[in-house]
Structure formats: structure tokens, C-alpha cells
Design a protein around this ligand. Structure first.
Ligand SMILES: [Fe+2]
Length: 144
């Protein structure tokens, strides 16, 4: 799927650039097609320590707070990523069936490298892209 990246805020859209960035409202002209916007492990069958610190780990659970709610949890990563002032996870963007639904910003030192959403949707594929300020964007997907 074609990947478009907003040069203003780093937001990624799948398939086509939007009229306005759904995160920072920059115009369509701020988007560039960039097949390399998301990092990939060199060897998916043998993940490196760096891969394990960046690829989001996703879990879908029931919700204890809201009726008819499905929770999706994203953790970075299998080895917990640091949240230090000079090296941390900036944000996580969530998508349902490759349509953007939410960005969660994370502050270093205060936040853990994790975010969760409460979804009304009961089916579809959730994609999470996390952005490390040093090592770029990393992605994972899970079916509801
Ligand atoms: Fe990193």
C-alpha cells in the first residue's frame, strides 16, 4: 500500500494523501510519497534487540469500563523502549482498516512507552505506528 508522510508532523496516511493532514491540518502539498517512512526489521525471522525495542506489541482485550467496548493496547516494544529526554517515543498513531483514528502523544520520563484506545468497532484491522525520536517510525497490526 502506498505510504504518504506529512513533512510537517510526520503523520502517515495509507493509499492517498488527504486534503488536510488529520493531525496538524497542513495542506495536501505537505505530503510526500515515501515508501521508506516506516522502518522494517532486516530479518523478520530473527529480530534484533533494536527491532524488539521499537516494533509495537499489540493486544486486544475486553473493556472493564464501558459496555460494548473493545480495548486495543500498544506497547513499545517486546523489550521496553526507554523514555529519556533525548531518546523516547514521541507518539503513537492508530488506524482502523488503514484509516487514521487517533494520535497519542507521549512525554519522556512521565509516560511509559504505551497507549490504549477504547473502540466501538468490533471488527477490522488496527494498525499502530510509533515514532521514536531517534530511530523513526515502526508499525504493527492486529485484527479485532
Ligand atoms: Fe529508539
Amino acid at each position: 500500500m502506498t505510504i504518504f508522510e506529512c513533512r510537517t508532523c510526520g503523520h502517515i496516511e495509507f493509499g492517498a494523501a488527504p486534503e488536510k493532514c488529520l493531525v496538524c491540518r497542513s495542506p495536501k502539498t505537505a505530503f510526500t510519497e515515501n515508501a521508506d517512512a516506516i522502518q522494517r526489521p532486516a530479518d523478520p525471522a530473527n529480530l534484533s534487540e533494536g527491532d524488539k525495542k521499537h516494533i509495537p506489541v499489540l493486544k486486544v482485550t475486553g473493556c472493564g469500563l464501558l459496555a460494548g467496548c473493545t480495548d486495543v493496547h500498544a506497547i513499545v516494544g517486546d523489550i521496553e523502549h526507554v523514555m529519556q529526554p533525548k531518546h523516547y517515543i514521541l507518539y503513537m498513531d492508530f488506524y482502523l482498516d488503514h484509516r487514521f483514528i487517533s494520535r497519542v502523544w507521549l512525554a519522556p520520563e512521565v509516560c511509559k512507552p504505551a497507549a490504549s484506545l477504547h473502540l466501538a468497532a468490533t471488527s477490522g484491522t488496527v494498525t499502530v505506528i510509533e515514532s521514536c525520536n531517534v530511530h523513526g517510525n515502526w508499525m504493527a497490526e492486529i485484527d479485532l
